[in-house]
Design a protein around this ligand. Sequence first.
Ligand code: SF4
Length: 375
Amino acid sequence: MQPSRLNTSLVNLLNFNQAQLAEYFVGLGEKPFRAKQMMRWMHHFGVSDFAQMTDIAKSLREKLQIEAEISPPTVQLEQVSDDGTRKWLIGTDTTNSIETVFIPEDDRGTLCVSSQVGCALECTFCSTGRQGFNRNLSVSEIIGQLWLANKSLRQADGYDMLPASERIISNVVMMGMGEPLTNYDNVVTAMQIMLDDSAYGLSRRRVTLSTSGIVPAMNRLKEDCPVALAVSLHAPNDALRDQIVPINKKYPLKELMAACERYLVKAPRDFVTFEYVMLDGVNDTVEHAHQLLDVVKNVPCKFNLIPFNPFPNSGYETSKPSHIRVFRDILMQAGYVVTVRKTRGEDIDAACGQLAGKVLDKTKRSMKIPIKAVA
Ligand code: SF4
């Protein structure tokens, strides 16, 4: 018979990395090595029922039934696009939700993970930024996105508990809703779990954090958890970046580029990926491309050009394909690797920039019209 759960404040073990879990077990009077076993059951096998953890002593399992839980966030909706892209709408409270997106490609499967409900940074081209900030996600809500996606993809492949022979999710990008570096501690703990061999065992090259440029946190990240770095650049001069990525007023381009150079001393990749959303008539001219080359000249990097995905009242248009080609060619002729992001999952609103979810707009920011171009 299962012990009854009388404790109403159960400890959610999904909030812990292995070191924290070891501390928790020691606090229960158990040996710290239990943490490794638990990480494998929770994350490697995707098990949430203590009763199934057969190599853990029965007495401990019974104790855990009373004290603890493995509680991922709740999936409200799962959608599959014609191109195989999957999107999960995940509830965070009664009014808000976040989105997690899986993008299958020939040589990899990438999960795009959110770090906050909404975002405080007000980038004018971003549907999330227009809706304001609601709250940070907990570790269990961040790592829970990977947990849920793994489980769902395994089930779609006909597996239940056992891991599929090939890893379906090979890469994680912290590029969903929110600025991950303003939820620093929870994001770093979640990424440590992603990298842990007893959990997901992803290499640091396969976990990418995308930031709009929170310089002090970039300096910390290179010491604490130096995963691959992407920077949402989107403008080649301070005047324009101040407008479309307002955090630039605090950490202007010169400081940001210096932080990128410092980061690469510790980074698992020897380049930074600069993301650049292509906004018609705003940041996509030949002159902008040449300014961009000058700005990044000391940072080993590659570029990811992102055709803008329009959303209601954005005030922006996607750059014309011919302008994107000219912009790309200028960068490529200067010797850089440039990719132009393909739009995926458009039929389920999973394309980049559409991760708006159902965040309650407290700010009425979506009513504001963005400012126009600065050359
Ligand atoms: S682009 Fe990123 S940092 Fe900027 S508002 Fe959107 S989610 Fe926030």
